[in-house]
Structures are given as C-alpha cells and as structure tokens.
Design a binder for this molecule. Structure first.
Ligand SMILES: [Zn+2]
Length: 85
C-alpha cells in the first residue's frame, strides 16, 4: 500500500514538467533551470493505492476476465480480483 501521492509538477516560466511524489514543506526545483516546480495535478492512482505506478499506458494491462485496465504492479485485478498472468 502506497500512501505517497504522486504529482505532476510544472515550472511556471519554462513550462518544464516532472512527475514525483511531493512531501509537505519541501521545495522542488528543475534540475537544469533551477526553477521552482509547482504541483499542478495529482497523478492517478490517488493515494492510498495498492499500485505505485502512474496511470500511463505502459503501466497498465487489460484484465482477461473483466477487460478493465489495471496496474501492472498489482498481483490481482483491482476491479474483479482475478490474479495476473
Ligand atoms: Zn478484472
């Protein structure tokens, strides 16, 4: 179970973006420009979730029983509970 919410961060001037878990009170900066990155969106899955992977196509598989998209790092389908593989 992951309690860390992952955020999409953006530098306001350059528009450069990063995906990272955010901790309260910590300032995040772009590695190249040094700009402060601001959280602009929460990334699915929302915390807390069994899955730690952002909901991107490469991180999802189609369940062979219910045909829903579920995280590749989960041992069972998060919708119907069918074991992976
Ligand atoms: Zn399923």
């Amino acid at each position: 179970m992951s309690d860390q919410q992952i955020y999409r961060l953006r530098a306001p001037v350059s528009g450069r973006e990063a995906i990272a878990p955010v901790q309260a009170g910590v300032v995040y900066r772009d590695g190249e420009t040094g700009e402060e990155l601001e959280p602009v969106a929460e990334v699915l899955p929302l915390s807390p979730s069994e899955s730690k992977l952002p909901r991107t196509p490469v991180n999802l598989r189609v369940c062979r029983r219910c045909e829903q998209l579920t995280g590749r790092d989960l041992a069972t389908c998060e919708f119907c509970g069918l074991p992976a593989g």
